[in-house]
Unconditional design. Structure first.
Length: 85
């Protein structure tokens, strides 16, 4: 999930850990952190956007500091990721 504008997030009321990537105005990753439930992330001064994903996803995708993210609009998936025929 992309949050914009945003420079920090929290994981209150969440039941699982998430990966958080802080992006600057050019969509370049400033930092990537894994946040446990019930935490408050510190604001990142240069961050303009925050990308959230399931814990471990950023590593699988190769997202790390210095990576440039591209936003591609596509059809929304319903909960569970199953698209009806």
């Amino acid at each position: 999930m992309l949050l914009s504008p945003a420079n920090s997030v929290h994981t209150f009321r969440m039941r699982m850990a998430i990966d958080v990537a802080y992006l600057d105005r050019r969509l370049t990753v400033i930092a990537v952190r894994t946040m446990l439930p019930g935490r408050l992330g510190l604001p990142r001064p240069r961050a303009r956007h925050v990308l959230e994903a399931e814990a471990g996803a950023m590593g699988e995708w190769g997202v790390r500091a210095g990576t440039r993210v591209e936003i591609v609009e596509g059809p929304a998936e319903p909960a569970g990721g199953v698209v009806p025929p």
